[in-house]
Design a protein around this ligand. Structure first.
Ligand code: ADP
Ligand code: MG
Length: 700
């Protein structure tokens, strides 16, 4: 069997199972070898039932003594119970809700290995497990050798559809027994430096650990075999990214000159003294822009840190060199805000700024496209409508992309293809990205961080209030508004559908307008409103004529109203941490003390932790780390197109330190390869093995 043999040809797979394996991304023999168990059970040294203690997780080898479906009166409650015994005196009960299907699976006399949490029923005096995992131990043809499943440390895989964990074990063993030993590809120096295990030995040990393997290390993914495979995965990923950066630097771009005229213009534009961090980041950007290669830079900065101002300075450099600038925002509201912001800043410099969005009338769009194509507009600000065919630039020099993760990498590239020569790209994100995630997600970008807020900002006071005490919140809001301040009241939008959030917001709007604050001007903003209404409400709020703005999450990004000092977030438990932090960033933008009130219903354990994180900290990076920890990397960015590579062995949170190690080694290797031959071999390996599985890395 070859590594690239499709799994459908492996004995025991067949088309039906092959399809289910494929759904998990398992297509070839090689894929299966790189599909590690998520847990290990020591079935070599098991406790009998007599020695189980309530509260522990345990694996027990048992025989089914009896099964029943207990009834409540005459009603079937859908609970399935099996009584298990072994050679000792005591029995153990397994219980399954909605377990009726098990009546055909578990039959008397059957031998099983079961795994679960041991619990004690004080009324019956029984030990039991709720929904234990189990495997039948009968060795039929399908199951291969019984010694695979008992009497040893056993790998537990995630099932793939109807391919059970046990079947996965059988298939993996079969594949390991028939393929030729895997070749080693990691550079020898890297392996020697970190004393890494050989590749073939590591893959074997991950699936079927040696008898004396340390179960604790295995289950924490810290066995020597795990370390080897995790570091390997990170190493290739980082090599791919390093190659991509190198390649990008070799492309011909525009070398902007940063002369006295540019400096004068920037000085004339600046409405305030830039912070130290803003100056430093502009310096980094200007240096990139002066290079004859395209800039690919990510500017991270907490909400309100003044990224837009820095972007405006970069735009001046491009424009004074005779180039056009595109500004791309994720939503129409934000695009129009950026438009207003740039127009306002650039008016006195004599630049022409134009907006473009999907909702514009065809005639209007055409007119604006004309301005851009003929070079009459210096800056065009818009949504993804900018990326659509038909928008041509006379000479695009700089693309500024706000809130990058909402666009995805593909669109970023599409934008770059617009110019004659590759324009510089500046990505701004207000979502502070934990360093480890940034290293992988944006590993092909250089990064700048604005880590200082403009002077005079007071940290926002954050308070948690249960919804039963909402009246107190309203009286607080009333006092602030009576003092001349403004307030947001925000409702979550769940999933794609705006409807639930919109209904809640509408209801609250009527209640606040008619009953709670009849003396104030209350406005409503949600995604389903016509664009013109949205803009009108925002304009009224900006002008201070709307005092309380009830909204769904459309206000999440970018809204800048310094006089707003209160952010009330309803059903705060339904928001992610990053989102809460974004919302909170809408206040505290002026000189007045600002407040964020998190109103919640009943809280789960993680819900409580999330709220506590918010009341404890205003540091976006800390909050993002917590978010990543509480939700996991997959959900952190919410979208499939976020460009996150799928990792098989490594986990960016758990293995953050290993990522740093691998990154340094990869950089060194790519820039100072021990030999051309080794570098070629590595590039070949990345192409063969990484490009398909980890779509992000396109090398050569
Ligand atoms: P971000 O985009 O990073 O969230 P903005 O660029 O929108 O932040 O800036 C937030 C607010 O701070 C805006 O009102 C902006 O005008 C103001 N601001 C930006 N830089 C400074 C500065 N150096 N001094 C004072 N205010 C600033
Ligand atoms: Mg901004």
């Amino acid at each position: 069997m070859q590594l690239d043999t499709p799994l459908v040809y492996v004995k025991g797979v067949g088309p039906y199972r092959a399809e289910m394996l494929e759904a998990k991304g398992l297509v070839t023999v090689n894929d299966l070898l790189h599909y590690p168990p998520f847990r290990y059970e020591d079935r070599s040294n098991l406790k009998p039932i007599d020695r189980l203690a309530p509260g522990e997780m345990a694996t027990v080898i048992v025989e089914v003594r009896g099964v029943r479906m207990p009834k409540l009166g005459r009603k079937n409650v859908g609970m399935f119970e099996a009584t298990f015994g072994d050679s000792g005196r005591n029995t153990l009960v397994g219980k399954w809700f909605h377990g009726a299907y098990l009546a055909n699976v578990l039959t008397e006399g059957m031998r099983l290995s079961i795994y679960g949490k041991v619990e004690f029923d004080p009324y019956k005096g029984d030990l039991f497990m709720m929904h234990p995992e189990f495997e039948t131990l009968a060795a039929d043809d399908e199951d291969g050798d019984a010694s695979l499943h008992t009497g040893r440390v056993v790998p537990i895989y995630e099932a793939a559809g109807k391919v059970t964990p046990k079947m996965m074990r059988v298939l993996t063993r079969r594949v390991l027994d028939t393929v030729a030993p895997l070749e080693e590809f990691l550079p020898a120096a890297f392996r020697a430096q970190l004393k890494l295990m050989d590749r073939w030995a590591a893959v074997q040990a991950i699936h079927f650990p040696a008898e004396d393997a340390d179960l604790r290390l295995l289950n924490s993914f810290r066995s020597p075999a795990h370390l080897r495979m995790i570091l390997e995965e990170f190493f290739w990923l980082e090599c791919g990214l390093a190659l991509k950066r190198t390649k990008a630097k070799a492309v011909e771009g525009i070398a902007f000159s940063l002369n006295e005229q540019v400096r004068e213009k920037i000085k004339a534009m600046l409405p305030f003294k830039p912070t130290g961090a803003q100056k430093r980041v502009l310096g980094e950007i200007a240096k990139d822009m002066a290079e004859p290669h395209p800039m690919n830079r990510l500017v991270q900065g907490d909400v309100g840190s003044g990224k837009t101002l820095v972007a405006a300075e970069a735009a001046i450099i491009a424009i004074e060199n005779g180039y056009q600038v595109a500004v791309l925002a994720p939503t129409e509201i934000l695009a129009m805000q950026h438009y207003a912001y740039f127009k306002n800043l650039f008016e006195r410099l004599g630049y022409v700024v134009v907006p473009l969005a999907g909702s514009f009338k065809p005639k209007e769009k055409e007119k604006i496209r004309g301005y851009v194509e003929q070079g009459l507009a210096h800056v065009i600000v818009g949504t993804h409508a900018l990326l659509e065919e038909g928008v041509r630039f006379q000479n695009l020099g700089l693309a500024i992309v706000d809130e990058q993760h909402r666009f995805g990498v593909m669109q970023r590239l599409k934008l770059m293809e617009k110019g004659e020569r590759k324009p510089d790209v500046l990505v701004m994100t207000a979502t502070p990205i934990p360093r480890t995630l940034a290293l992988t997600m944006y590993g092909d970008l250089d990064t700048s961080v604005i880590d200082e807020l403009p002077p005079g900002r007071k940290p926002v006071h954050t308070k948690h209030v249960p919804s039963s005490r909402i009246e107190e919140v309203w009286s607080f809001v009333g006092r602030e508004v009576a003092d001349g301040r403004q307030a947001y009241v925000v409702y979550p939008v769940i999933e794609e559908s705006e409807t639930t959030g919109m209904k809640a917001a509408e209801k609250s709007y009527l209640h606040l307008r008619d009953i709670v604050f009849p003396q104030f001007a209350v406005g409503l903003l949600h995604g389903k409103l016509p664009q013109a209404d949205k803009e009108a409400v925002m304009a009224e709020f900006k002008a201070g004529r709307v005092q309380v703005l009830v909204a769904t999450t459309v206000v999440e990004v970018g809204v800048d109203v310094p006089n707003a000092t209160v952010m009330v977030i309803e059903q705060a438990e339904r928001f992610g941490l990053a989102q809460l932090h974004q919302l909170r960033g809408r206040v505290g933008r002026g000189g007045n003390q600002s407040y964020c009130v998190l109103v919640t219903e009943k809280l789960s354990e993680t819900g409580r932790e999330r709220i506590r994180t918010m009341t404890d900290s205003s540091d976006g990076f800390y909050i993002a780390e917590m978010d990543l920890r509480l939700r996991g990397p997959g959900e952190f960015f919410g979208t499939k197109q976020s460009g996150m590579p799928t990792l098989r062995f490594a986990n960016i949170i758990r293995d953050a330190e290993l990522l740093e190690v691998a990154r340094n080694e990869a950089e060194a290797f790519i820039h100072h390869p021990p030999s051309e031959e080794e570098l070629r071999r590595a590039i070949h390996f990345i192409r063969e093995n990484w490009q398909r599985r980890y779509g992000l890395v396109q090398v050569g």
